[in-house]
Design a binder for this molecule. Structure first.
Ligand code: HEC
Ligand code: HEC
Ligand code: HEC
Ligand code: HEC
Length: 169
């Protein structure tokens, strides 16, 4: 599904795939389910995705997705703070944003610029060197929280995430 826009006619079929995925994750032996499984509920698609000519466009995002996140995650308890609400592609910034780092429909940074919506909750790969495994009562693993980050590296942590936009940090 990566690379290039998904044809709109495929979306009803994909919605089916996502619903199926919920079942798979829940019975996958992963410790606790994905806390964001509700994103795959068909009622919630349009909280993030915009429609074009009556069909969902998987590549355009509402300017209100941050409010969705902040409905559950208190601002004070977030990880590092970072300016959102800025348009990195504005000419004077000359910042190149990798295409998988989505911006909202107004070209601004949102929570989902750095965090995936449909990514896995846990992985067998660490997100940073000293990460402790996710407590697991099932076989397999150890599993680590991905923190839904678009980039991470078990040796350097999330500097690869920052480095995707910032050349020198
Ligand atoms: C919380 C916001 C949010 C919700 C809710 C959401 N999406 Fe997405 N969707 C995204 C983002 C952001 C991406 C970009 C890839 C990613 O972050 O995983 C995306 C990507 C996609 C893609 C492109 C595939 C890809 O991996 O690039 C499809 C198709 C899609 N979503 C369908 C859906 C459907 C169908 C629903 C409802 C069942 C839904 N989405 C619910 C935010 C959301
Ligand atoms: C309906 C409530 C709800 C919404 C909406 C929601 N989350 Fe979460 N999220 C959770 C829960 C529950 C967890 C599991 C960790 C916990 O209990 O704090 C979690 C985990 C996470 C984590 C991993 C951190 C960890 O310790 O597990 C990140 C990152 C995250 N959410 C970001 C987001 C972003 C970005 C959005 C908006 C697109 C969002 N969340 C929307 C409930 C929500
Ligand atoms: C510039 C990238 C970026 C943006 C934008 C961003 N985050 Fe994060 N977020 C991170 C990184 C990196 C971490 C892991 C490091 C840390 O915890 O400081 C993280 C951690 C988190 C965690 C886990 C905190 C913890 O320690 O358990 C949550 C929850 C979260 N972010 C939610 C959000 C929400 C909600 C928004 C939007 C309001 C948001 N993030 C915007 C990069 C980002
Ligand atoms: C999607 C691209 C993108 C990613 C990923 C990103 N940044 Fe940024 N960052 C920006 C933009 C755009 C600005 C300019 C904000 C402004 O002009 O106010 C910025 C500004 C900053 C600033 C200056 C803050 C200020 O208040 O002036 C710091 C520090 C920073 N980023 C650190 C980070 C770190 C650390 C990470 C990784 C966790 C990160 N950035 C990831 C785009 C990004």
């Amino acid at each position: 599904m990566r690379g290039g826009p998904t044809p709109a006619w495929l979306l009803p079929a994909l919605a089916g795939v996502f619903c199926f995925a919920v079942v798979l994750v829940a019975s996958d032996g992963y410790p606790r389910g994905d806390p964001h499984a509700h994103f795959r509920n068909p009622e919630h698609c349009l909280k993030c995705h915009l429609t074009h000519q009556g069909r969902m466009d998987p590549d355009r995002f509402s300017v209100e997705t941050d409010a969705v996140c902040l409905g559950c995650h208190k601002k004070e308890s977030l990880g590092r703070s970072h300016p959102r609400n800025v348009r990195p592609r504005e000419k004077y910034r000359k910042m190149k944003i990798p295409p998988d780092f989505r911006l909202d429909d107004d070209g601004r940074i949102m929570c989902l610029t750095c965090h995936t919506a449909h990514g896995a909750y846990v992985s067998t790969v660490k997100v940073f060197p000293k990460q402790s495994p996710f407590p697991s009562d099932s076989s397999g693993g150890p599993y680590y929280k991905t923190l839904f980050l678009r980039r991470s590296n078990p040796r350097e942590g999330w500097s690869s995430l920052c480095g995707a936009c910032h050349e020198n940090l």
